[in-house]
Design a protein around this ligand. Structure first.
Ligand SMILES: [Zn+2]
Ligand SMILES: [Zn+2]
Length: 289
């Protein structure tokens, strides 16, 4: 075999190989169509890894996204352009609402005991007195009552000539014992207390309260009853409600039997009291509402 024949056979083999490749590329219509249809699939698969959302949008999976964005924008725009709500009409009880800002949330009971030698020995505050005070305050004023730990009566309030305590000085001390400046405090003691009343420089009293104010003080010394403990408890409750009434701004009342009646040193006046008169009740309601 000559080299020329060999070269000719080699060229024929190359031609058959090119014809075979051309047949694979363009071959039948079905194979060619399949190849062309598969191209976008491969494109999508390759682009799916590129996180190009624009290409994903062409697939139809995120066609709802622009609609959602438009909805959110429209809702927020509507909120911005909504006309302001009209102010509520002025109420007749706006004045009462202002007064309510000073209404106490809590009334504290501060038991005050004496460690000094008293005519009847050292005076501690009995639990039954504290319990009666708490129940009377809760029932009348509908507020929270907190009993503070017992403290000794302040020396500065002691009135040596009569061996008792000056009530107005106790009020000053009690204001300093109050946990919160927004509330009220009731000092409760079983020793005698006094204050200046008219022509009497040192007048023994049941209790005293700042009007209006935050502090009042009550003594059980003149409220005992030989008849029954029940009478004592009633007297104590009435006097505490009376003194707290002063702190809420109520003055003495001329109506016989009203809790704000001036006892003038007579316990019989306390015994005849039955409750607040209509006028005092109305004033108190306005303060406590
Ligand atoms: Zn009074
Ligand atoms: Zn009254």
């Amino acid at each position: 075999m000559s080299s020329l024949d060999s070269g000719a056979r080699h060229m024929r083999r190359q031609c058959r190989s090119q014809e075979s490749e051309a047949s694979n590329l363009h071959g039948s219509g079905r194979r060619g169509d399949h190849t062309l249809q598969a191209l976008p699939d491969r494109l999508w698969l390759s682009e799916a890894n590129s996180s190009d959302w624009a290409v994903r949008r062409q697939t139809g999976r995120y066609q709802w996204l622009p609609i959602l964005i438009l909805c959110i924008f429209a809702i927020s725009l509507a909120g911005c352009v909504r006309p302001p709500r009209p102010l509520p009409p002025a109420r007749a009880n706006d004045v009462v609402a202002e007064q309510n800002q000073s209404t106490p949330r809590t009334i504290y009971i501060q038991p005050l005991e004496s460690l000094r030698a008293q005519p009847l020995g050292a005076r501690r505050v009995r639990k039954e007195a504290v319990d009666e005070a708490a129940s009377a305050i809760e029932a009348t004023y509908k507020v929270k009552v907190v009993v503070l730990p017992t403290k000794p009566l302040p020396d500065a309030a002691y009135y040596k000539p009569r061996r008792r305590y000056r009530a107005e000085k106790l009020l000053s001390a009690l204001e300093g014992m109050m946990p919160s400046g927004e509330d009220k405090i009731v000092g409760l003691t079983e020793v005698d207390i006094s204050t200046t009343k008219g022509e009497y420089p040192d007048w023994g009293i049941f209790g005293l309260g700042n009007m209006p104010g935050q502090a009042c003080v009550v003594s059980t010394w003149r409220l005992s009853s030989r008849k029954s403990q029940q009478i004592f408890r009633k007297r104590l409750g009435k006097v505490i409600v009376h003194e707290l009434g002063h702190t809420f701004g109520l003055d003495h009342c001329p109506v016989r039997g009203c809790l704000m009646e001036d006892a003038r040193g007579r316990v019989s006046t306390v015994d005849r009291e039955t409750g607040f008169c209509e006028s005092c009740r109305k004033r108190l309601r306005e303060v406590l509402r």
